[in-house]
Ligand binder design. Sequence first.
Ligand SMILES: N=C(N)NCCCC(=O)O
Ligand SMILES: [Zn+2]
Ligand SMILES: [Zn+2]
Length: 316
Amino acid sequence: MTAPIGPRDSSATPRFAGQATYALLPSLDEVGTADVAVAGIPFDSGVSYRPGARFGPSHVREASRLLRPYNPAQDISPFAVQQVADAGDIVANPFDLDEAIQQVHQGAVSLLEKAGRFVMIGGDHTVAYPLLKAMYEKHGPIAVLHADAHLDTWDTYFGAPITHGTPFRRASEDGFIDLTTSAHLGIRGPLYGKGDLEDDQKLGFEITTTDFIEEHGVPAALQRLRTRLGDKPVYISIDIDVLDPAHAPGTGTPEAGGMTSRELLRIIRGLTDLNIVGADVVEVSPAYDHAQLTAIAAAHVVYELVSAMGARAEGR
Ligand SMILES: N=C(N)NCCCC(=O)O
Ligand SMILES: [Zn+2]
Ligand SMILES: [Zn+2]
């Protein structure tokens, strides 16, 4: 294998100059194929409250300029042990949800012809549904780790089945999810009724709440997640609103009382020996962001995910 092409040299060209690919990495076109592709999905036609996540990918890329090549927390150089590249954006029709779902699915399938794994930057959480379809087609029913304030297993909004509050119900109904190994992390806040939790369990999820982390700590939460997720291929879907609005104000449906970015980063670092086959980081809505807080958090979450994929690639 030839050495991976890493981020452009920020001591030669200042990191604030030039086009913002994720972490200043080469584009997928430049390298042809990659172990991990980072791609954007500028789409937010599934939102139930504040819009704007369609601008998430470019905002997160901008905030990723400062990332450096060595990750001491995982003792890994994620862009040296594997080829990581920015695959640009998947185009999705903002006026036709069904077509958008097909486009995101097809975009993910095509990307997997050139890249072993992907990390998608949303976009609203609707996109998890077609992404899970692509994962299912490659791996069979998949273990999902879903970090979010919200269950996102609701049924419909205004009669619409495809929304950012419903992707995991649709994915479960369609058989994309392994019902015995999937988990939510960071759930909190008001629901429509107690039945939401009963439905959620039937749809195949075990819940680790934000309060559990507060009471028992990150190591206990990790243990609980690892027991649930097992050894199967895992897909990780991270809604940035799993963080407290103090850490991530720039999002569409904020809920008080969330995790810190430090807790979330630590949890991802504790999952490095899992076989993470794909991931998304969604719901960054720049118009509600301040000082890039949310985008920086999202850029670092992507960095830890790519590092965790690299640890596996390295055979740790
Ligand atoms: N997926 C996110 N971010 N939010 C879902 C909230 C759905 C609702 O309005 O109840
Ligand atoms: Zn959410
Ligand atoms: Zn969500």
